[in-house]
Design a protein around this ligand. Structure first.
Ligand SMILES: Nc1ncnc2c1ncn2[C@@H]1O[C@H](COP(=O)(O)OP(=O)(O)OP(=O)(O)O)[C@@H](O)[C@H]1O
Ligand SMILES: [Mg+2]
Length: 294
C-alpha cells in the first residue's frame, strides 16, 4: 500500500460533500443497472470535448471510463492532449514514454498494441500521449486525410472495446477535429460558472461542420454539468440556465466541485477506487449508467 497518500481514501465525504444532488438511488433517477456483457465490441467512440480549459474533460474521461469498467465494459481511454494530463491522472509519467499516440498518427508502421497500456483499473486501458503530440498538429496539416489520422490509428482495436473515450485538448484545432471525425458521439463537460455558456455555440457549430463534411453520423451524447457547488446560488443559477438551454441533452448526473478530484490526480487513480463511496464516485457511476442507456 502506498503510504504517500495524503488522507484515508476510504473515509466518506466530509460535510462539504453531503449536499450532493447527483448520485442517488436508481429509484430516484430511473436509470437502469446496465446488463452484464458476455462478449465485447465493437466500441462506441465518445469524444470528451470543450475548447474551454479546466472544465473537467480529463477528470470526466478518467472517471466515466473507470465507472464503465466497473460495469464490466472494456474501455480504452485515449489521451489526445499534448499536456498528457489524462496519462498523469492514471499514474503514467508522459515524458518517460518512448511511444505514444503521436507515433500512431505519424508513423505508418507503428503498432497500436505497443502503445496501449493497462491501467490500475481492470478492464480499462490507456493510449497515452505527451508533448510530442503538439508536433502532430503542425505536421498533419501537410498530410492527405489529415482529419482521419486518429480514426485510422484506432480502427484495429475497436472490436476489442465497448467504449473508447477520447480526452480532447482545450482547442478546436486539428487534433480535436480528428477526435470528432472518428467519434460516434460527443460528451461536453460544462462547468457551472458564469462564462461557461459562452463558447458552447462555437463548439456546437464545429460539431455541425464536422457532421456535414467528415462524419455524417456524429451526434451529441450529452452535456455534463461539472464544478457544481450546491452551496452557492450562482452555480445553481448557471445549472438552471444550462438545463433551460439544452433540456434533455443535460445528464441527470451532476459533478460537484470537491477537492477529492485534484486528490485523485495526485494519487494517479480514479475516484471510483480512490474514494469509492464519495459523492463524486457515485455521480460518475450514474453518468456511466446514463451513457449506457442513451
Ligand atoms: N468536480 C471537480 N471539483 C473540483 N475540482 C475538479 C473537478 N473536476 C476537475 N477538477 C480539477 O480541476 C482541474 C481541471 O480539471 P480537468 O483537468 O479535468 O479539466 P480539463 O477540461 O481536462 O482541463 P484542460 O482544458 O486543461 O484539459 C484539475 O486540477 C482537476 O483536478
Ligand atoms: Mg484536460
Amino acid at each position: 500500500m502506498d503510504t504517500t497518500r495524503p488522507i484515508d481514501p476510504r473515509r466518506e465525504d466530509g460535510p462539504e460533500d453531503d449536499t450532493d444532488v447527483a448520485g442517488g438511488a436508481d429509484a430516484t433517477t430511473g436509470i437502469p443497472e446496465p446488463a452484464p456483457l458476455t462478449d465485447h465490441g465493437p466500441a462506441r467512440v465518445i469524444a470528451v470535448a470543450n475548447q474551454k480549459g479546466g472544465v473537467g474533460k480529463t477528470t470526466s474521461a478518467i472517471n466515466l471510463g473507470a465507472a464503465l469498467a466497473e460495469y464490466g465494459r472494456k474501455v480504452l481511454l485515449v489521451d489526445f492532449d499534448p499536456q498528457g494530463a489524462l496519462s498523469v491522472g492514471l499514474g503514467v509519467q508522459p515524458h518517460q514514454l518512448d511511444s505514444t499516440v503521436y507515433n500512431l498518427l505519424m508513423e505508418r508502421d507503428a503498432e497500436i498494441d505497443e502503445v496501449i497500456r493497462q491501467t490500475v483499473v481492470e478492464g480499462m486501458d490507456l493510449l497515452p500521449s505527451n508533448i510530442d503530440l503538439s508536433a502532430a498538429e503542425v505536421q498533419l496539416v501537410f498530410e492527405v486525410g489529415r482529419e482521419q489520422a486518429l480514426g485510422r490509428a484506432l480502427k484495429p482495436v475497436l472490436d476489442r472495446y465497448d467504449v473508447v473515450l477520447i480526452d480532447c485538448q482545450p482547442s478546436l484545432g486539428l487534433l480535436t477535429i480528428n477526435a470528432l471525425a472518428c467519434a460516434d458521439t460527443v460528451l461536453i463537460p460544462l462547468a457551472c460558472e458564469f462564462f461557461s455558456l459562452r463558447g458552447v455555440a462555437l463548439l456546437m457549430d464545429t460539431i455541425d461542420k464536422v457532421r456535414d463534411r467528415l462524419n455524417p453520423n456524429l451526434a451529441i451524447l450529452g452535456i455534463l454539468a461539472t464544478m457544481f457547488d450546491p452551496r452557492t446560488l450562482h452555480t445553481r443559477e448557471v445549472q438552471h440556465r444550462v438545463r433551460e438551454a439544452f433540456g434533455d441533452l443535460v445528464f441527470q448526473a451532476v459533478i460537484n466541485r470537491t477537492v477529492r478530484f485534484p486528490e485523485t490526480t495526485v494519487a494517479g487513480e480514479p475516484i471510483t477506487t480512490w474514494a469509492p463511496v464519495s459523492a463524486g464516485a457515485t455521480a460518475y457511476r450514474l453518468l456511466a449508467r446514463e451513457v449506457l442507456a442513451r
